[in-house]
Design a protein around this ligand. Sequence first.
Ligand code: SF4
Length: 82
Amino acid sequence: MSRRTDVAVLAYAASHNPCCAGCDHWRYINSVAGECLRTAPVAGPDRIGLLGIVWSSAQPGPGHIMTPRGHVCSEFRDEVMP
Ligand code: SF4
């Protein structure tokens, strides 16, 4: 991943936590979306629903659920958050 994306994700998390961007379970794909590693892998079409995508001609393969950076759930964890 690029340093520019690291900076963008960290800056977003700093001003919006708690959110996926600041969660220890999140691995970003780009500056606005990433994968939640807290969840078990699912089938490709089930990965993109939380991004607001209802259909895509480019189907992702199976893997972790993708979330937008501003999403949050009860499993949020940030070990460095005060
Ligand atoms: S806040 Fe919830 S959905 Fe988002 S990365 Fe953390 S555990 Fe996953």
